[in-house]
Design a protein around this ligand. Sequence first.
Ligand SMILES: Nc1nc2c(ncn2[C@@H]2O[C@H](COP(=O)(O)O)[C@@H](O)[C@H]2O)c(=O)[nH]1
Ligand code: MN
Length: 224
Amino acid sequence: MLPCTRSSIRAGNAIGTFFIELAKQDMRKWFINLPDEDLAYFPEGTDHFDDYVEAVEWAQDFAALNRRMMMTNVIRALRGQIAKPFDAELEAVNCHHNYVRRENHFGQNVLVTRKGAVRAAKGTMGIIPGSMGAKSFIVRGLGNVESFESCSHGAGRVMSRTQAKKLVSLDEHIADTAGVECRKDESVIDETPRAYKPIEAVMAAQADLVEIVHALKQVVCVKG
Ligand SMILES: Nc1nc2c(ncn2[C@@H]2O[C@H](COP(=O)(O)O)[C@@H](O)[C@H]2O)c(=O)[nH]1
Ligand SMILES: [Mn+2]
């Protein structure tokens, strides 16, 4: 199985930065005083609200296309290396995180933002990656209404990128990624396994949100 992730991070960040600034400007323009300007928002029905939703949808399409291209390129590269011909039966599990979607919950039409979370509606397939050194999981959603049919997107961090760079040594990174073919240099320490929570504990904590279909042992991890 070939999990691909992070395919619109730069475009998504540019879109987010642009619209956050626009929302702050709108708050000032309409004399809306917030306790913190990071709470700036677009009221539904305004042009800026529609523009934002359209931009987010564009980023999701861009990310999906990117993942498809990565998958095609990986399979092409493998065909060039593996002498025996093989069929790649592609069952793509498309699993967006950090997005907004119109859904119906508790009898109301609402906008659900999944930040660091993915959809876990009943029967929906998802991917929960562990870290560079840990397992990843293919899951099936249980449709838990209390979680707005969501589950975690991954293990989640215990250290910020800056903390990880300060606190984790290269030797620890090498030990924690033993058996995984991946980069073992200073520039990936911000994503080193011990910067994340133990994925097994995270999976146990969300046993009422998803069922595990496959547990994947990482063999190769490519960071661009
Ligand atoms: N299998 C891998 N999982 C990884 C890797 N780097 C991070 N992660 C996991 O994914 C989530 C989400 O990452 P994010 O960068 O979008 O926040 C994270 O919580 C980790 O559990 C990796 O190289 N391989
Ligand atoms: Mn993320």
